[in-house]
Design a protein. Structure first.
Length: 279
């Protein structure tokens, strides 16, 4: 018999997860469409009543985004300029109804290669906080999202929050997305970036991530190193073929691999130009 439970206490929820076999439900915007054709019997653990998973708040060492915070909450939050890309990504995730229901944590746990939240959170050095009845742990986001629909989450674990460090909240942030139309579309390519300047006006740090061109979004660490110390207006010209060598775009109905590779190059340059104007 299928069970549906909606605990109001985190320890109760973790105790239930320790028994195994539960499907965790938050906003449901990925859960229900995936069951439009096949509706399996499953035990559903609804986590929307857990206060520990809500809210967006400043902490002593950065910013905490509850895993069940909606994308509308991100849009409405008072966030520093480095999070402008995060807000832009939130506005691209479905329509207003999806933004009101879909959660930040759900976007990460679904682990689609085209998940809009992943590259922008990578560009903000995000870490995830995970809990189980055994205890809590934190992981860098790039060690949490492992590939297409794969994460490091164990069956008895729950994603609690996303943490952005203070060091990533200074400067400017941008998010660019290419799709077959302007809104309500799965990404062909996404690029997210942040940039912080040194006292002399050169680039102190840049973080750049590309999504929808690999099984999981990745940081362009070689390019980040190459632009450090340059004047912001010089950053786009530093882009070389080698900086995109780790991209392995697929070919599908939305675009072939070569198109995605060239689109990624264009969006990375555009992102760097936009960051240079914003800093």
């Amino acid at each position: 018999m299928t069970r549906y439970l909606r605990p109001r206490d985190l320890d109760d929820a973790l105790g239930l997860l320790s028994d195994g076999g539960w499907t965790v439900l938050a906003g449901g915007t990925d859960h229900y469409p995936a069951r439009a054709i096949r509706d399996p019997e499953e035990d559903v653990l609804d986590i929307t009543a857990l206060p520990d998973l809500r809210g967006i708040e400043r902490t002593a060492d950065g910013l905490r985004i509850g895993a069940a915070a909606t994308w509308r909450a991100v849009i409405d939050a008072d966030l520093p300029g480095a999070c402008d890309g995060l807000k832009a990504a939130a506005r691209e995730i479905g329509g207003m109804q999806i933004q009101n229901r879909g959660t930040v944590g759900g976007n990460l746990c679904n682990a689609s290669p085209a998940a809009d939240g992943v590259p922008v959170l990578l560009s903000l050095d995000a870490e995830v906080e995970i809990a189980s009845a055994r205890g809590r742990r934190r992981l860098p986001l790039n060690r949490f999202v492992l590939g297409n629909r794969r994460t490091a989450l164990e069956p008895d674990e729950l994603l609690l929050a996303i943490h952005l460090p203070d060091s990533a909240l200074d400067g400017a942030g941008r998010f660019l997305k290419l799709g077959a139309r302007r809104y309500l579309v799965i990404s062909i390519v996404m690029v997210a970036g942040t940039m912080r300047l040194a006292a002399d006006g050169t680039i102190a740090a840049a973080r750049l991530a590309v999504g929808a061109c690999t099984a999981a979004a990745i940081r362009l660490t070689a390019l980040e190193t190459a632009v450090a110390g340059l004047a912001p207006r010089e950053a786009a010209d530093a882009l070389a073929d080698s900086h995109l060598a780790d991209l392995t775009p697929i070919a599908d109905v939305r675009g072939d691999a070569l198109y995605r590779q060239e689109a990624a190059r264009t969006l990375v340059r555009r992102c760097l130009d936009d960051l240079a104007e914003a800093t």
